[in-house]
Ligand binder design. Structure first.
Ligand code: PA5
Length: 452
């Protein structure tokens, strides 16, 4: 699954690693990092490792019940959430539904639309084209207070109640903390269906909680297969370092970061996986960009989201000839769902007909291999993760593997990978600027500093 040939010194000279000896030298440290994460999870002493065994309690049957009830009743689902409360579901739905699902005449599940920004044109534009009688809104916020999500909720509630009167209540499902925040009591008061975001699961690790599972199930995705794939990643994680792709990937990133390669380009060769790059960028940046425990040093590498082949025609120039400050992670898909072959529609044009009769996936993978090699030739280390195909099980596996890798990289960096104090401050200052009750002091501070 993990191809590390293009990090090796044999190919990259001094830009590469002698990976076999590095792995040997670091095996004990990597296994200790893995064991530390597992031990904290098992003992329940870490408040944020709940994502290692999702979904919790009776969430799966609840998700399936709500999805089943929605089937045939709703044509459209509007998911309101931001960051960790949106990107996991968006990744799943985009990757696993028919690529043009929303244009299909006959559909077996609902169209799922993600509202993850406060762009009034987009929110009102979406509501202009939907039918409130046939629309379900899933508002997702762990804290139950996030400005962007609450603003979108207010728009949707006004739209639904304006059109449906008291019946709007049956058109809203709230996914939020089981106890804290204002969304939980509000949902109970209103009588909305609710689902929990476990307190032990941070947003960017929540894809296999109700946060990602409900939008996926409403979109007709096989959530059981997703969860099976996620479980399979733990078998890999448990293996010795010499046979453990999670630990190897973590080591590659760690060693190159130590050598000044502080940009991590994530580039799936698949349009269907384009939002996996967004999801990964958040996971990586928010988990690992921190002050180190002890000396307070600022650590972390910067994720760059890319998609192949599209960004081959824009960013790869920089990766080959720009500063040697990057490590590139490519994702390859072995087999496409459709046996799509390029027709030989111009048999008399040799400059085109060489493509004729070849499967699209062969072309896609040739582009990936060519890029990986061209990068290696230029001294640009890169790794390739291969998925047999884009399906629920494989995607569940890959996403859980990347979360486990991130946790190990957090251990190696000696940081808490599961908090996000840098994001929280921005949220608080927005509340202050927008006049949320309880934030007057902050507002005054900002005014004094000339921030309006
Ligand atoms: O990963 C995170 O913690 C963040 O991206 C949050 O998910 C995001 O800020 C949304 O927060 P909430 O779910 O509380 O609305």
């Amino acid at each position: 699954m993990l191809d590390l040939r293009n990090v090796d010194r044999a190919r990259l000279g001094n830009d590469g690693l002698d990976f076999a000896s590095e792995l040997n030298a670091h095996a004990a440290k990597l296994e200790a990092a893995r064991d530390a994460v597992q031990a904290r999870f098992a003992s329940g002493t870490d408040a944020y490792l709940g994502w290692m065994a999702l979904p919790q309690g009776d969430v799966l049957p609840e998700v399936l019940r709500i999805a089943e009830r929605a089937q045939g009743r709703f044509d459209d689902v509007v998911v309101l959430g931001i960051g960790g409360s949106s990107l996991g579901g968006l990744t799943l739905v985009t990757a696993l539904q028919h690529p043009y699902f929303n244009l299909l005449g006959r559909r077996s599940a609902a169209r799922v639309h993600f509202v993850d920004n406060v762009d009034g044109d987009v929110i009102t534009g979406l509501l202009e084209v939907l039918d409130p009688r046939r629309t379900l809104v899933n508002v997702i916020s762990k804290s139950g207070t996030t400005t962007e999500t609450m603003a979108a909720y207010l728009s949707c509630k006004a739209w639904l109640s304006g059109a449906l009167g008291a019946d709007y209540k049956d058109h809203i499902v709230a996914t939020t903390d089981p106890e804290k925040g204002i969304l939980r009591p509000l949902a109970q008061r209103e009588g909305y269906e609710t689902l929990p975001v476990p307190p032990t699961v941070g947003g960017r690790f929540s894809v296999f909680s109700a946060v990602g599972l409900l939008p996926a199930a409403l979109g007709g995705i096989d959530v059981r297969a997703l969860l099976n794939g996620a479980k399979r990643a733990h078998d890999v994680f448990a293996a010795p370092a010499s046979d453990n792709d999670v630990l190897k990937l973590a080591l590659v990133n760690h060693l190159f970061a130590e050598r000044g390669r502080n940009i991590n380009v994530f580039m799936p060769y698949s349009t269907r996986l384009r939002f996996l790059s967004d999801w990964f960028a958040q996971l990586w940046a928010e988990s690992l960009g921190k002050h180190r425990r002890g000396d307070g040093e600022r650590v972390g590498t910067t994720p760059v989201k890319a998609v192949g082949t599209t960004d081959q025609h824009s960013q790869v120039q920089l990766y080959r000839e720009g500063p040697k400050d990057k490590i590139v992670t490519l994702v390859k898909v072995e087999q496409a769902d459709r046996a799509a072959t390029i027709p030989n529609a111009e048999p008399n044009e040799p400059e085109m007909s060489y493509l004729g009769h070849k499967p699209y996936q062969t072309l896609m993978n040739a582009e990936l291999v060519a890029t990986a090699h061209a990068l290696a030739e230029a001294g640009q280390p890169n790794v390739t993760l291969t998925l047999p195909r884009v399906d629920a099980e494989n995607l569940g596996f890959l996403m859980q593997l990347l979360m486990l890798q991130t946790a190990v990289n957090g251990e190696l960096l000696n940081i808490n990978a599961f908090d996000q104090p840098g994001v929280e401050l921005g949220k608080v200052l927005t509340y202050a600027l927008m006049g949320r009750p309880g934030f007057d002091e902050r507002r005054e501070e900002l005014q004094k500093a000339g921030v309006e």
